[in-house]
Write a protein that binds this ligand. Structure first.
Ligand SMILES: [Zn+2]
Length: 317
């Protein structure tokens, strides 16, 4: 989700800084309610949150939300002149004091997730999109994970998360196709979203990055994976990881590439809908993961229906 989200959701305090940053630099910082309920002044200098995985009930495409007249006229996304990610070089960052003694399945599980994403049919759900620098492909090279056991903070602040990425990733991918996913041990609290992605630069190198709350026991961000293959917390971050990575690949940066008349990116348009109980990745790992919007599938009538009944979602089977 991008752009018009900033207007539609300006009443949500956590987005006030993003609006100030992208639309009006002179707007005074507004109080933001942090995940722990404390108020702080936002710093209006971070890059915009380009894509947000809304918690259930907050999603702009929920059937309870009326579609805008433009969205009703055409469900498909349009091209906005920018770059896509022709391929991805991923690395995960597990940030927070608790990761130092962590013995669960999230760190190894997400390495398996990114490794299996490469050349998967799920990755292929985004391959139709083109930009000034070519076309999205299924290629992803995963460089593993880094654990930073300093205290995580700043989930509502893109500048804070970018600073963490630049601290930990000392040599970002030189092509600008580095995607750095920051998994924190911070619970979501009252924030309306599960994750987001954005773009920036580290030492002059363009980077893509994403932020994830700890989603253990968080019903609003839970795909309800009953397979027994993963812990609930891993299943939850895996699902929203598909949403954010797909959006970064099809709409990575200003001025933007692919999103619809409501500002919804391909992950937003199929959020919290699942075309299959489990999707198998190229390494055989299986995940309950949301589908991604395909203009081609919608036009051909071959996708499954999103929460607005529009049949443009591909499950990646
Ligand atoms: Zn999104």
């Amino acid at each position: 989700m991008r752009k018009t989200l900033l207007l539609a959701f300006a009443c949500l305090p956590v987005f006030a800084f993003a609006q100030a940053d992208s639309q009006n630099q002179s707007t005074a910082p507004k109080p933001v309610v942090g995940h722990d309920g404390t108020e702080y002044l936002s710093v209006p200098h971070g890059p915009p949150m380009l894509g947000i995985s809304w918690a259930r009930g907050f999603e702009p495409n929920a059937s309870s939300n009326r579609p805008s007249p433009l969205a009703r006229r055409s469900a498909n996304m349009t091209y906005h002149g920018g770059k896509i990610m022709p391929y991805t070089v991923s690395k995960t960052i597990f940030w927070g004091t608790s990761w130092g003694s962590y013995t669960g399945d999230k760190i190894t599980g997400m390495d398996t997730w990114y490794t299996g994403f490469n050349n998967s049919n799920y990755a292929g759900t985004t391959d139709e999109y083109t930009g000034t620098n070519g076309q999205v492909t299924k290629t992803l090279t995963h460089q593993g994970h880094v654990i930073d056991t300093t205290a995580a903070a700043g989930g509502g602040n893109t500048a804070a998360i970018l600073a963490e990425v630049c601290k930990v990733i000392t040599t970002p991918d030189a092509s600008g196709n580095g995607y750095y996913a920051v998994y924190t041990d911070l619970p979501r609290g009252s924030a309306g979203y599960c994750a987001w992605h954005s773009a920036g630069s580290c030492g002059g190198k363009a980077v893509q990055f994403a932020f994830f709350w700890k989603l253990d026991g968080d019903a609003g961000c839970d795909p309800a994976d009953t397979s027994g293959l993963h812990s609930q917390g891993l299943a939850a971050i895996a699902n929203v990881s598909g949403h954010e990575l797909s959006e970064a690949r099809s709409d990575p940066a200003t001025p933007g590439a692919w999103y619809d008349a409501s500002g919804a990116e391909n992950g937003d348009k199929c959020a919290w809908t699942f075309g299959a109980p489990l999707v198998t990745f190229s390494n055989g790992s299986q995940w309950k993961i949301q589908g991604e919007w395909s203009n081609a599938a919608f036009t051909a009538g071959t996708g499954y229906a999103n929460s607005s009944g529009q049949k443009g979602c591909l499950s990646g089977l």
